[in-house]
Design a protein around this ligand. Structure first.
Ligand code: UDX
Length: 460
């Protein structure tokens, strides 16, 4: 089939290349000419494992190309909308202007189809009600139908998540009836290979499909903030949040994933999506129902503040002190620094007068652009040299596997704050490090010889 993908940011670029991989003829469009030039030259504008391979394969096959010109989209039977819906500057709500202007620009292209069946498929995360409103505009053109097909891909796993999704969700104006069948059949033809491989496909109304996506992200954010709230308790009473997470995660009903405590969630999706969900609930008069998401956001925010505070406690004040931050990306295997907890903490420490050096395997260029004046160092050993405090804030494999004996020789003072609960406290303490971790009691006692650890009073 001939397909277009409008908006080739993270989601759209991966979707375009993945659809070419499935055998379709794909035209990716964006108004950002630099991005289009990079993609057309086979260069990924972001770090995503496996993406550049499928991009190049698509270009070489002749099935994938990129343009800035809407007129080139006329042959497409299916148009995917992969535009960003960032947080509005004036509040929590989603900014839908990119989506709206794409629809405006698409109108002529749709009219030129002369009534031939054409599908417009929204993939962006939008507040409930958006698809119905947009469909009123799009479906004025004869032969055109709008379907909402939310995308659930994770950065770092984007190719896999697109080609082997857990499920496909189809949101329709009317999920049943002859018209619905025709629309479903058209999108089924696009995803034929996925459906043949057994990927479940769920058909529902527009609003339900929109809510599926918002709920999925809200649930994931809630799970992370839940364990981070327990981390606060652990710090207060002397517990270990990693053990709590491991133990409760063994209950199938709870599940072990997304229970890693630490400096919290960031990125281009979870933070803005829960805020947009709160705003949308308020607009619909049910703000109280989703009021807990404000707390989810606040817990997340507090983890960053607590990390800065703990750094200060460990150093007896951060001003003028040399601090090395391991990680700038919002999560490993990504160069994305949007709302990155690691970069935010580094920035706050810098604002407080610390001499901060940040290292990261992929995200330093983006970090330096986002935080002007930040000292960045690509080489891990060089970044560690002379540090009075080291913070692990993005759990890249090389940081999880860091050898405490090797690292102790490089730093000025072996002092580690594990902001992702991924290091083994005892191992670090035994290598002579003063070791603290978010959500775990002060483990400095671990450094003392066993005999000097005060006896725990017997529980009566
Ligand atoms: C998320 C959703 O997972 C995805 O389905 C949706 O399509 C887009 O938003 P992504 O932004 O790629 O994907 O990141 P995700 O893997 O969800 O992680 C988000 C943040 O949560 C990261 O900052 C990560 O470090 C943090 N996180 C994740 C934790 O702090 N603890 C965890 O246990 C898991």
């Amino acid at each position: 089939m001939v397909i277009s993908v409008i908006g080739v940011g993270y989601l759209g670029a991966v979707h375009a290349a993945a659809m070419a991989e499935l055998g379709h003829e794909v035209i990716g469009l964006d108004i950002d000419a630099d991005r289009i030039a990079a993609l057309q030259a086979g260069r990924a504008p972001f770090h995503e494992p496996g993406f550049e391979e499928i991009l190049r394969r698509g270009l070489r096959s002749g099935r994938l190309r990129f343009t800035t010109d809407y007129a080139e989209l006329e042959p497409a039977e299916v148009h995917f909308l992969g535009l960003g819906t960032p947080q509005r500057k004036d509040g929590f709500g989603a900014d839908l202007s990119h989506l709206e202007s794409a629809i405006d620009s698409l109108r002529e292209v749709l009219a030129a189809r002369g009534g031939a069946p054409t599908l417009v498929v929204g993939k962006s995360t939008v507040p409930a009600g958006t698809a119905r409103r947009l469909s009123d505009q799009v479906e004025q053109v004869e032969g055109v139908q709008l379907l909402w097909n939310p995308e659930f891909l994770r950065e770092g796993f984007a190719v896999q998540d697109t080609l082997e999704p857990d499920r496909l969700v189809y949101g329709l104006r009317e999920p049943e009836g002859p018209q619905a069948e025709a629309v479903i059949a058209m999108l089924d033809a696009v995803y034929a290979a996925l459906l043949a491989a057994g990927v479940p496909r769920l058909v529902m109304g527009y609003e339900t499909a929109e809510l599926v996506k918002a709920s999925a992200n809200a649930f994931l954010a809630t799970k992370i903030s839940f364990i981070n709230a327990i981390a606060e308790m652990c710090e207060a009473v002397g517990g270990d949040v990693a053990d709590v997470a491991r133990a409760i995660g063994m209950d199938d009903r709870i599940g072990a994933k997304f229970l890693r405590a630490g400096v919290g969630f960031g990125g281009g999706c979870l933070p803005k999506d829960i805020r947009a969900f709160i705003a949308s609930a308020e607009e619909h008069g049910v703000g109280e129902s989703l009021g807990f998401l404000r707390e989810v956001d606040l817990i997340n925010e507090r983890r960053r503040a607590r990390t800065v505070e703990l750094a200060g406690e460990m150093l007896g004040g951060v001003e003028g002190r040399r601090i090395t931050v391991l990680g700038a990306a919002f999560k490993p295997d990504s160069d994305d620094v949007r709302d990155s907890p690691a970069l935010d903490v580094a920035d706050r420490l810098m604002q407080a007068g610390a001499r901060v050096t940040v290292t990261d395997p992929q995200a330093l260029a983006n970090a330096a652009q986002r935080v002007p004046g930040l000292t960045v160092e690509a080489e891990l050993a060089a970044a560690l040299r002379g540090a009075e405090l080291t913070l692990l804030l993005t759990e890249w494999r090389e940081y999880r596997d860091l050898d405490p004996v090797w690292a102790a020789d490089l730093v000025a003072v072996p002092r580690m704050l594990d902001g992702r609960t991924v290091l083994e406290p005892r191992r670090w303490a035994e290598a002579g490090w003063e070791f603290r971790s978010l959500g775990r009691a002060d483990s400095s006692a671990l450094q003392q010889p066993a005999a000097s650890i005060p006896a725990v009073p017997a529980l009566l």
